[in-house]
Design a protein around this ligand. Structure first.
Ligand code: HEM
Length: 473
């Protein structure tokens, strides 16, 4: 799917909102089921919906059930700003949506995220206007609409997505055990990961089922949900997950100016100025822009020919000191693979417990008709995980923003963390090089934590009769 729209909605009338959920369940919602060939329109579009904690409350879920959701989710992304490093220009008071305004009137709480994806802008536009009409009539208020478009590149029959800094993105994704297979086993650096890391109700990498939200059995007379661990309760989490959405503005001109100013850091073997800048940019991120892994002693991106970039690399054996892929680069921080102390085997085991499924898509407000006033371009970063605290937040807080990594100090993720005169060490022989005065190339602009229910749980929510209403009747 090429084009997307993310609608951030508030539920103003729970009854009509639940009726809309029932309607989308009758054939519009995209599920794992194969869509018949004759339903051409549906095959060219996707529709999914997810709820914030406030949204579940607005839909009528009782307080005790709401408390069965994890703490991070209940607090919401803005409430976790101190953990995520969303401060300064990236603080919630500056966000386009999902933020908080200290001292000012409180912004409206986001209740629901409606995600629309389509094969073309035209199809998306039609879907969007159709949905908007219905949403207004069915008890919703639109708080924000974020459009996005994949920067697609087709090479030798393969489709790649790029982000605005010019890198191929979405290359390293966890392979889920029992669900999908890499095209070739040799494309991966490790074996598939337990499904419970990404989908509630399944065993995770600790050989246990993740914590799952539950509701009183009395709320489910139609038996849509399976049993929960606690007696007299039903499992609302089964086959659902948590969705993290972040609007990350990218300062493309700022990065270009920085590379121009610092290109002399690249060794002379790199070639002309453009090649030097490409080398430096690759070192910050930890992969070549074409997606190839960075290897020690390489000055230029390898010609990939017909071969797509592979994910079959580890660090401990080939590149322990980070002579190829710097220890503090974006990709090595966000997934250290086998490079953590004390041993490669233990490192693989640990890093498997901090993976996320990423579904990023680029935005460029200058290309949208009637785009929001805060024009700019960037990435709509989406991560799916069963445990926001142990997976997404851990990566952001303990790996990306951690100033003490790999025996280095005062360094953070050079690409995606907020900096004020940051630095980065580029290991090299005989002498390492230091990148100084790194500025922030990415600014947080809005986001939220959402619960993406499984189909049965969505059916349950769509037919929910709140406890209070039951007691009255
Ligand atoms: C605008 C901000 C960002 C940009 C431009 C960006 C870009 C990239 C690129 C180009 C890659 C390499 C290609 C790939 O493996 O898919 C990558 C990998 C990755 N990024 Fe980001 N990213 C951003 C923010 C984030 C954030 C906020 C997180 C998580 C908190 C994150 C987590 C990851 C992970 C886990 C990988 C895969 C590493 C691996 O397995 O080797 N990224 N990113």
């Amino acid at each position: 799917m090429t084009a997307a729209a993310f609608l951030l909605l508030k539920i103003e009338q729970a009854g009509p909102a639940r009726a809309w959920l029932q309607e989308i369940l009758r054939g519009e919602l995209t599920t794992a089921e194969e869509i018949p060939r004759e339903q051409r329109e549906r095959r060219h579009a996707c529709l999914n919906t997810a709820f914030t904690w406030q949204g579940l409350k607005a839909l009528g879920l009782d307080e005790k059930s709401l408390q069965t959701f994890p703490y991070e989710f209940r607090q919401g992304m803005a409430g976790r700003a101190h953990v995520l490093g969303d401060t300064g220009p990236g603080a919630p008071e500056h966000w386009d949506f999902g933020g908080k305004r200290p001292g000012g009137p409180p912004p409206e709480d986001i209740h629901l995220l409606l995600m629309l994806y389509a094969r073309s802008e035209d199809i998306l536009r039609t879907m969007l206007s159709r949905q908007r009409e219905r949403l207004v009539a069915q008890g919703f208020r639109e708080l924000y609409c974020q459009r996005a478009t994949h920067l697609r590149e087709e090479k030798d029959g393969q489709i790649f997505f790029r982000e605005h800094f010019g890198f191929r993105d979405s290359l390293s994704q966890p392979v889920i055990r029992g669900f999908m297979k890499p095209s070739r086993d040799s494309d991966e650096y490790d074996s598939p990961i337990a499904a419970g890391e990404f989908i509630l109700g399944h065993e995770n990498e600790y050989q246990e089922k993740p914590l799952s939200p539950s509701v009183p059995a009395a709320l489910d007379p139609q038996a849509r949900l399976g049993p929960a661990e606690a007696p007299d309760r039903k499992d609302l989490g089964l086959n659902g997950t948590y969705l993290v959405l972040r609007k990350l503005e990218q300062d493309v001109d700022g990065l270009q100016a920085f590379l121009e100013k610092n290109k002399a850091l690249a060794p002379s073997g790199c070639g002309d100025d453009e090649k030097r800048k490409e080398w430096l940019k690759a070192k910050l991120l930890g992969r070549w822009p074409n997606g190839a892994a960075l290897k020690p002693g390489q000055y230029e991106a390898p010609d990939l020919g017909a071969q797509p970039p592979s994910n079959a690399f580890r660090y401990a054996q080939e590149d322990e000191g980070g002579l190829g892929c710097p220890v503090t680069s974006h990709v090595r921080r966000t997934n250290p693979r086998d490079a953590l102390a004390p041993t490669p085997d233990l490192s693989l085991k640990v890093s498997r417990r901090h993976r996320i499924l990423r579904r990023g898509i680029a935005y460029d407000t200058s290309r949208e008709e009637g785009g929001p006033p805060s024009s700019g371009r960037g990435l709509i970063f989406i991560a799916l995980n069963a445990n926001i605290g142990r997976q997404f937040e851990f990566i952001q807080q303990s790996w990306m923003n951690n100033e003490k990594t790999g025996r280095l100090y005062n360094e953070q993720d050079p690409v995606a963390s907020g900096h004020d005169r940051g630095m980065m060490t580029l290991p090299a022989k005989p002498l390492r090089r230091c990148v100084m005065n790194l500025q922030s190339f990415v600014t947080m602009k809005g986001g939220g934590y959402f619960f993406l229910p499984g189909v049965k749980a969505l059916e349950f929510l769509a037919h929910l009769t709140p406890l209070a209403a039951r007691q009255d009747s």
